[in-house]
Design a protein around this ligand. Sequence first.
Ligand SMILES: Nc1ncnc2c1ncn2[C@@H]1O[C@H](COP(=O)(O)OP(=O)(O)OP(=O)(O)O)[C@@H](O)[C@H]1O
Ligand SMILES: O=P(O)(O)OC[C@H]1O[C@H](OP(=O)(O)OP(=O)(O)O)[C@H](O)[C@@H]1O
Length: 212
Amino acid sequence: MTPAASRPEGHLTLALPKGRIMEDAIALLSRAGLPLHVPAASRALRHEFPGVTLLELRNQDVPVYVDLGVADAGIVGKDVLLESGRAVYEPVDLRFAGCRLSLIREVGAEGPIHRVGTKYPRITRAYLNAQGLPAEIVKLSGSIELATLTGLADAVVDLVQTGGTLRANNLEERDVILHSSARLVVNRAAMKLRRDRLRPLIERLREVVQEG
Ligand SMILES: Nc1ncnc2c1ncn2[C@@H]1O[C@H](COP(=O)(O)OP(=O)(O)OP(=O)(O)O)[C@@H](O)[C@H]1O
Ligand SMILES: O=P(O)(O)OC[C@H]1O[C@H](OP(=O)(O)OP(=O)(O)O)[C@H](O)[C@@H]1O
């Protein structure tokens, strides 16, 4: 992949995460005038379209690729963006993949919280510090709620959308730490270098989101 400054100014490189965000992201970008299409069975990770290269990444890597300028822009959840600590522009709230990041315990659990399991250690550290709770944080990768069911942790910090996972596992939300939705993120230098491509895309995405 060529560095941002040496790619043609009229070309856009976009970073999208595999997983639940991809399909809605592609649909939204298509409505905004970028007709992208990723064949379901494809194992390719880079897709070329007229004037656009699409990179398929893990969620956590989208802010990294955008901040370091390998991608000009990307789409990622606010949760993952905050956790990354990356200094990228965030010009549009795309209003899908809505969920909240919450402190979760077993129903009725009492007693001090010594250990918290989560995929979001930075956000959790900031939250616990703000609460004056000196708990240990255990970084996990998935099935986070199991940590509190099995005694690995006294609480977890994880995403809640429908609440189905909480109900199925006898868990309850004790506090909402943040509300998340998918965001368009843009590299700071690209915003100037590729202004002629990015400005209309941002404007169009804002309109499409308003239309609902
Ligand atoms: N249950 C949910 N409902 C709605 N949005 C969600 C839900 N879970 C996660 N999200 C949002 O969608 C984003 C992507 O979720 P996804 O499940 O694809 O990631 P993941 O598979 O957990 O991540 P990875 O495997 O890359 O660590 C999350 O960062 C969050 O913003
Ligand atoms: O409130 P709900 O609608 O039940 O959604 C919340 C669940 O969705 C996510 O998990 P995901 O399905 O991504 O699985 P994971 O454990 O691999 O992260 C999240 O981590 C919760 O477990």
